[in-house]
Design a protein. Sequence first.
Length: 282
Amino acid sequence: MDNPHKSQSAPIENGRLNRKQIRIVIGVLSALLVVSGLLFYFILTSLSGRSPGIEAPLEAIKQYRYSSVEASNGMKLHVLTTKPAFITLEVVNNNVTLTDKVGINGGFFYNDALLSMSVVNSHAVNGEMNGFGSGGQNVKYARGTLVWDGESDGLSVQVVSKASEVKVKDHTRFWAQGGISMSLGNEAGWVQQTKVENAPFPDELRLRSGAVYDDKGTLYLVVSETSGTLEMFRSAIIEKISDSKLVDGIFLDGDGSSQLLSKEKSLSGDDRIVVQMLRIMK
Protein backbone atom coordinates (compact mmCIF):
# COMPACT_ATOMS: atom_id res chain seq x y z
CA MET A 1 0.00 0.00 0.00
CA ASP A 2 1.22 3.42 -0.89
CA ASN A 3 2.19 5.71 1.98
CA PRO A 4 -0.40 8.56 2.00
CA HIS A 5 2.20 10.98 3.44
CA LYS A 6 4.89 10.29 0.85
CA SER A 7 3.90 13.17 -1.46
CA GLN A 8 4.25 15.72 1.36
CA SER A 9 7.94 14.89 1.95
CA ALA A 10 8.94 14.95 -1.69
CA PRO A 11 10.87 18.12 -2.66
CA ILE A 12 8.95 18.75 -5.88
CA GLU A 13 5.84 17.08 -7.25
CA ASN A 14 4.19 18.06 -10.52
CA GLY A 15 6.52 21.09 -10.73
CA ARG A 16 5.28 22.66 -7.50
CA LEU A 17 7.32 23.92 -4.50
CA ASN A 18 6.40 22.94 -0.99
CA ARG A 19 5.77 25.54 1.73
CA LYS A 20 9.32 25.49 3.08
CA GLN A 21 10.79 26.07 -0.36
CA ILE A 22 8.33 28.88 -1.03
CA ARG A 23 9.40 30.60 2.20
CA ILE A 24 13.08 30.28 1.16
CA VAL A 25 12.38 31.78 -2.28
CA ILE A 26 10.42 34.66 -0.76
CA GLY A 27 13.27 35.30 1.70
CA VAL A 28 15.88 35.36 -1.07
CA LEU A 29 13.78 37.70 -3.21
CA SER A 30 13.18 40.02 -0.25
CA ALA A 31 16.91 40.14 0.51
CA LEU A 32 17.66 40.95 -3.13
CA LEU A 33 15.13 43.78 -3.05
CA VAL A 34 16.67 45.20 0.11
CA VAL A 35 20.20 45.05 -1.34
CA SER A 36 19.03 46.63 -4.61
CA GLY A 37 17.31 49.41 -2.68
CA LEU A 38 20.43 50.12 -0.66
CA LEU A 39 22.60 50.20 -3.79
CA PHE A 40 20.19 52.60 -5.48
CA TYR A 41 20.20 54.85 -2.40
CA PHE A 42 24.00 55.00 -2.22
CA ILE A 43 24.32 55.68 -5.95
CA LEU A 44 21.71 58.44 -5.74
CA THR A 45 23.34 60.13 -2.74
CA SER A 46 26.76 59.87 -4.35
CA LEU A 47 25.55 61.55 -7.52
CA SER A 48 23.68 64.27 -5.65
CA GLY A 49 26.77 65.15 -3.60
CA ARG A 50 29.13 65.23 -6.54
CA SER A 51 30.51 68.43 -8.02
CA PRO A 52 28.59 69.47 -11.14
CA GLY A 53 31.78 68.84 -13.10
CA ILE A 54 33.67 70.56 -15.84
CA GLU A 55 30.87 70.20 -18.39
CA ALA A 56 28.10 71.21 -15.99
CA PRO A 57 25.49 73.56 -17.49
CA LEU A 58 24.96 77.05 -16.16
CA GLU A 59 21.87 75.99 -14.20
CA ALA A 60 23.84 73.42 -12.18
CA ILE A 61 26.14 75.98 -10.56
CA LYS A 62 24.87 76.92 -7.08
CA GLN A 63 27.83 78.06 -4.96
CA TYR A 64 27.66 81.79 -5.61
CA ARG A 65 25.44 84.79 -5.01
CA TYR A 66 24.72 87.44 -7.63
CA SER A 67 24.12 91.08 -6.73
CA SER A 68 24.28 94.51 -8.33
CA VAL A 69 25.02 97.82 -6.65
CA GLU A 70 25.48 101.44 -7.66
CA ALA A 71 28.09 103.60 -5.93
CA SER A 72 27.76 107.28 -5.17
CA ASN A 73 30.14 108.09 -8.05
CA GLY A 74 27.72 106.47 -10.52
CA MET A 75 29.65 103.24 -11.07
CA LYS A 76 27.22 100.32 -11.37
CA LEU A 77 28.79 97.04 -10.34
CA HIS A 78 27.71 93.45 -10.88
CA VAL A 79 29.12 91.01 -8.35
CA LEU A 80 29.48 87.23 -8.07
CA THR A 81 30.19 86.33 -4.44
CA THR A 82 31.73 82.91 -3.80
CA LYS A 83 34.53 81.02 -2.07
CA PRO A 84 37.94 80.64 -3.73
CA ALA A 85 37.81 76.84 -3.41
CA PHE A 86 34.97 76.88 -5.97
CA ILE A 87 37.05 78.78 -8.53
CA THR A 88 39.19 77.54 -11.38
CA LEU A 89 41.03 79.44 -14.12
CA GLU A 90 40.06 78.24 -17.56
CA VAL A 91 40.92 78.97 -21.18
CA VAL A 92 37.73 79.67 -23.12
CA ASN A 93 38.77 81.56 -26.29
CA ASN A 94 35.27 82.97 -26.46
CA ASN A 95 33.13 85.76 -25.10
CA VAL A 96 32.32 84.80 -21.51
CA THR A 97 28.60 85.20 -22.18
CA LEU A 98 28.78 82.46 -24.83
CA THR A 99 30.55 79.88 -22.68
CA ASP A 100 27.59 78.66 -20.58
CA LYS A 101 29.98 78.99 -17.61
CA VAL A 102 29.48 81.13 -14.51
CA GLY A 103 32.26 83.65 -13.93
CA ILE A 104 34.05 86.71 -15.29
CA ASN A 105 36.90 87.52 -17.64
CA GLY A 106 40.48 86.97 -16.54
CA GLY A 107 43.74 88.81 -17.14
CA PHE A 108 45.38 90.61 -20.06
CA PHE A 109 46.04 88.92 -23.39
CA TYR A 110 47.17 89.55 -26.95
CA ASN A 111 45.51 87.50 -29.69
CA ASP A 112 45.54 83.98 -28.18
CA ALA A 113 48.48 84.61 -25.84
CA LEU A 114 47.98 85.28 -22.13
CA LEU A 115 50.00 88.22 -20.82
CA SER A 116 48.81 87.68 -17.23
CA MET A 117 49.60 84.73 -15.02
CA SER A 118 46.99 81.98 -15.01
CA VAL A 119 48.22 78.91 -13.17
CA VAL A 120 46.30 76.06 -11.52
CA ASN A 121 48.13 73.47 -9.41
CA SER A 122 51.51 74.42 -10.95
CA HIS A 123 50.19 74.09 -14.51
CA ALA A 124 49.84 77.05 -16.86
CA VAL A 125 46.34 76.97 -18.33
CA ASN A 126 47.31 77.91 -21.90
CA GLY A 127 50.36 75.78 -22.67
CA GLU A 128 53.74 74.81 -21.29
CA MET A 129 54.71 76.69 -18.13
CA ASN A 130 57.70 78.47 -19.69
CA GLY A 131 56.07 79.08 -23.07
CA PHE A 132 55.13 82.61 -24.15
CA GLY A 133 51.43 83.28 -23.66
CA SER A 134 50.85 80.12 -21.62
CA GLY A 135 49.84 81.95 -18.45
CA GLY A 136 52.98 80.84 -16.66
CA GLN A 137 54.09 84.43 -16.05
CA ASN A 138 53.09 88.05 -15.96
CA VAL A 139 54.76 89.15 -19.18
CA LYS A 140 57.26 92.07 -18.91
CA TYR A 141 56.22 93.26 -15.45
CA ALA A 142 55.97 91.91 -11.92
CA ARG A 143 52.29 92.47 -11.26
CA GLY A 144 49.69 91.96 -8.58
CA THR A 145 48.57 88.33 -8.66
CA LEU A 146 45.63 86.97 -6.70
CA VAL A 147 46.66 83.65 -5.15
CA TRP A 148 44.53 80.99 -3.47
CA ASP A 149 46.48 78.56 -1.27
CA GLY A 150 44.41 75.39 -1.05
CA GLU A 151 46.31 74.07 1.97
CA SER A 152 45.42 77.06 4.15
CA ASP A 153 42.31 78.03 2.16
CA GLY A 154 43.69 81.57 2.18
CA LEU A 155 43.87 84.37 -0.39
CA SER A 156 46.67 86.86 -0.92
CA VAL A 157 47.91 89.34 -3.51
CA GLN A 158 51.53 88.75 -4.46
CA VAL A 159 53.55 90.95 -6.83
CA VAL A 160 55.39 88.40 -8.98
CA SER A 161 56.68 87.82 -12.49
CA LYS A 162 56.86 84.02 -12.66
CA ALA A 163 54.82 81.19 -11.23
CA SER A 164 57.93 79.90 -9.46
CA GLU A 165 57.86 83.05 -7.30
CA VAL A 166 54.36 82.37 -5.96
CA LYS A 167 54.42 81.44 -2.27
CA VAL A 168 51.96 78.74 -1.21
CA LYS A 169 52.12 75.80 1.18
CA ASP A 170 51.18 73.19 -1.42
CA HIS A 171 52.14 73.73 -5.05
CA THR A 172 49.77 70.98 -6.15
CA ARG A 173 46.71 72.77 -4.78
CA PHE A 174 46.49 76.44 -5.63
CA TRP A 175 45.59 78.92 -8.32
CA ALA A 176 47.20 82.23 -9.28
CA GLN A 177 45.44 84.89 -11.37
CA GLY A 178 47.52 87.81 -12.61
CA GLY A 179 46.28 91.38 -12.93
CA ILE A 180 47.20 94.76 -11.41
CA SER A 181 47.47 95.39 -7.67
CA MET A 182 44.46 97.19 -6.21
CA SER A 183 46.38 97.77 -2.93
CA LEU A 184 43.30 98.07 -0.75
CA GLY A 185 44.27 99.67 2.53
CA ASN A 186 47.16 101.58 0.98
CA GLU A 187 45.47 104.83 0.07
CA ALA A 188 48.74 106.76 -0.13
CA GLY A 189 50.57 104.33 -2.38
CA TRP A 190 48.10 102.48 -4.56
CA VAL A 191 48.28 104.81 -7.57
CA GLN A 192 52.08 104.64 -7.64
CA GLN A 193 51.91 100.84 -7.48
CA THR A 194 49.62 100.74 -10.53
CA LYS A 195 52.19 102.86 -12.37
CA VAL A 196 55.00 100.50 -11.38
CA GLU A 197 52.91 97.61 -12.73
CA ASN A 198 52.10 99.60 -15.91
CA ALA A 199 48.32 99.52 -15.56
CA PRO A 200 46.82 100.32 -18.98
CA PHE A 201 44.59 103.39 -19.43
CA PRO A 202 44.11 104.12 -15.71
CA ASP A 203 42.56 107.56 -16.24
CA GLU A 204 40.27 106.78 -19.17
CA LEU A 205 36.57 106.04 -18.81
CA ARG A 206 36.41 102.33 -19.51
CA LEU A 207 34.52 99.25 -18.35
CA ARG A 208 36.38 97.61 -15.47
CA SER A 209 36.76 94.14 -13.94
CA GLY A 210 38.38 92.99 -10.73
CA ALA A 211 38.52 90.41 -7.96
CA VAL A 212 38.67 91.31 -4.26
CA TYR A 213 38.36 89.42 -0.97
CA ASP A 214 37.44 90.20 2.62
CA ASP A 215 38.74 89.16 6.02
CA LYS A 216 36.38 86.16 6.08
CA GLY A 217 37.94 84.71 2.95
CA THR A 218 34.97 85.51 0.72
CA LEU A 219 35.82 86.26 -2.90
CA TYR A 220 34.01 88.89 -4.97
CA LEU A 221 34.22 88.88 -8.76
CA VAL A 222 33.26 92.36 -9.93
CA VAL A 223 32.44 93.76 -13.37
CA SER A 224 31.20 97.28 -14.05
CA GLU A 225 28.27 98.08 -16.29
CA THR A 226 29.29 101.74 -16.49
CA SER A 227 32.62 103.13 -17.61
CA GLY A 228 35.05 104.78 -15.22
CA THR A 229 38.69 105.27 -14.29
CA LEU A 230 40.63 102.83 -12.15
CA GLU A 231 40.15 105.19 -9.23
CA MET A 232 36.37 105.32 -9.73
CA PHE A 233 36.13 101.54 -9.95
CA ARG A 234 38.30 101.03 -6.88
CA SER A 235 36.34 103.63 -4.88
CA ALA A 236 33.05 102.01 -5.84
CA ILE A 237 34.34 98.62 -4.66
CA ILE A 238 35.51 100.03 -1.33
CA GLU A 239 32.14 101.76 -0.84
CA LYS A 240 29.79 98.97 -1.87
CA ILE A 241 31.42 95.53 -1.78
CA SER A 242 31.20 93.38 1.38
CA ASP A 243 29.77 94.01 4.82
CA SER A 244 33.07 92.70 6.17
CA LYS A 245 36.48 94.35 5.92
CA LEU A 246 37.97 94.13 2.44
CA VAL A 247 41.58 92.95 2.51
CA ASP A 248 42.92 93.29 -1.02
CA GLY A 249 42.33 92.53 -4.67
CA ILE A 250 43.43 93.00 -8.26
CA PHE A 251 42.24 94.80 -11.36
CA LEU A 252 41.67 92.43 -14.28
CA ASP A 253 41.52 93.19 -18.00
CA GLY A 254 38.89 95.80 -18.74
CA ASP A 255 36.90 97.75 -21.31
CA GLY A 256 35.59 95.38 -24.00
CA SER A 257 37.04 92.44 -22.09
CA SER A 258 34.92 93.21 -19.01
CA GLN A 259 32.49 90.29 -19.19
CA LEU A 260 30.31 88.32 -16.78
CA LEU A 261 27.89 85.43 -17.00
CA SER A 262 25.57 83.96 -14.38
CA LYS A 263 22.00 82.69 -14.33
CA GLU A 264 20.92 86.19 -13.33
CA LYS A 265 23.06 88.48 -15.52
CA SER A 266 25.03 88.62 -18.76
CA LEU A 267 27.60 91.32 -19.60
CA SER A 268 29.38 90.90 -22.93
CA GLY A 269 31.74 93.91 -22.98
CA ASP A 270 32.13 94.86 -26.63
CA ASP A 271 31.42 91.25 -27.70
CA ARG A 272 35.10 90.45 -28.15
CA ILE A 273 36.62 87.04 -27.52
CA VAL A 274 38.75 86.69 -24.38
CA VAL A 275 41.33 83.96 -23.82
CA GLN A 276 40.68 83.07 -20.19
CA MET A 277 38.14 83.43 -17.38
CA LEU A 278 37.72 82.90 -13.65
CA ARG A 279 35.07 80.22 -13.50
CA ILE A 280 32.85 79.15 -10.60
CA MET A 281 32.72 75.36 -10.75
CA LYS A 282 30.06 74.31 -8.21
